[in-house]
Design a protein around this ligand. Sequence first.
Ligand SMILES: Cc1ncc(COP(=O)(O)O)c(C=O)c1O
Length: 486
Amino acid sequence: MCMIRGEIYDACSTFTQPLSTECIDRSLIAGGSAERAVSTEAVYNYVRERESNARTYADKLDRVIERGSLARVWDSEGREYLDCLSVAGTLALGHNHPIVIEAVLDFIASGQVQQALDLTTPAKYRFLRQLFDVFPADFGATAKVQFCGPSGADATEAAVKLFKTATGRRTVIAFHGAYHGMTAGSLSLTGNLVAKRSVASLMPDTHFLPYPDSYRCPFGLGGEAGVRANLHYLERVLTDPDSGITKPAAVFVEAVQGEGGVIPAPPSWLRGLRELTARLDIPLVLDEIQTGFGRTGTMFAFEEAGIRPDAVLISKAVGGGFPLALVAYDARYDAWSPGAHAGTFRGNQIAMVAGATTISVIRDENLVHAAVAKGKLIGAGLGELADRHPEIGDVRGRGLMWGVEIVDPRLPADALGAHPADGERAAEIGRRCLELGLIVERGGRHGAVLRLLPPLVITEGEVEEMISKLGMALVAKPQGSGRSGR
Ligand SMILES: Cc1ncc(COP(=O)(O)O)c(C=O)c1O
């Protein structure tokens, strides 16, 4: 064990250095035993040919990503990237944070069990203490948790089952643009049609209501007028005896829609939704899988609105880089019987150790507060880019979760002044960012939103680098300038 540990520490010390060719070649030796080093291209192609057509990130980010340290990764040819994808917003502390690595290594060396189903362990105790310490007091006071299979989607599944069981109702509500996962039940609650089109018979009794999107307001109003119209409509739907929708078991909502295109719900709308659902006795589930643990400038994104949800879906950052997911909910809904949400990998102790350590680093280093300050820098920098580039239709976000919507300014704008989204151009800009050493994500309608999800440990210098590289990518000439038919 000591030898392994020594080797890992040696490797850690080289994280901030470009890799030597020898090191890269060694890591690309096929199967770890063959003598022959293989080329980067061969490695990439081998994997691509064997993986399914459902691959996503790997086709856009067509490099062999080998090492990482905090906000940086290196590919197998030694090129360095500023990683503003962070495993889709998972890595709150970036790659291989030394304190997390040390905690994990100590744990592995300790002889404690590493998988434990839902047994009680010291690691689980420490994790739960940390988790309950960061819940808002009024939520934590009555909260219980169910550990889930280690994906956000399974936390969604668990919450659907919990609230159907507790209320005896069958209907579930989600919002246009929502993303709650890709398993059958969670996909039913997800807005994006691409993944749904070819899958018949998803969960029945799922209904979608409009999300408050000021830039592309579903009511054509925008701002507070759009919020008021939205809440008025929700109330109508949920109280109309002829709406066609029976009283829901739960309403699922993201306080900031991530995959949907980084759309923050105005706090006034969230408060209105909470007031309405509480009045109608409908449980409100906040999906904090992407926004949780400081990303948006509060520990959980719903805290900005000062609301108290009935349940919170938690995954991604909570595992400190290892897979972990859970649903936390008000104990009065705990109508489950034993085994109601069983699953083999609900007791991933390494993830609990890494997660507890991550939460304590976030608190000790005041990273939530820092996310607000860095978010202001990002907002200002992106605002300046938008002033110079008419193809930036909208800039929106909070803390360290930002979206830049790319539009085609040559095409007519709608009544609120928004030009049509331009996913093709967003893809070109994303590609150019990669060439410049900046990894960004794309999402939103038509894939037209460039998404920035850097780790909370990104430095102010790196924030400037991120904005500057995005600026350079924007001035790169569009490949199909004189694109026809548009
Ligand atoms: C808000 C939200 N909910 C649920 C999920 C699903 O999580 P997972 O991909 O771990 O299943 C995601 C993933 O991006 C998410 O962003």
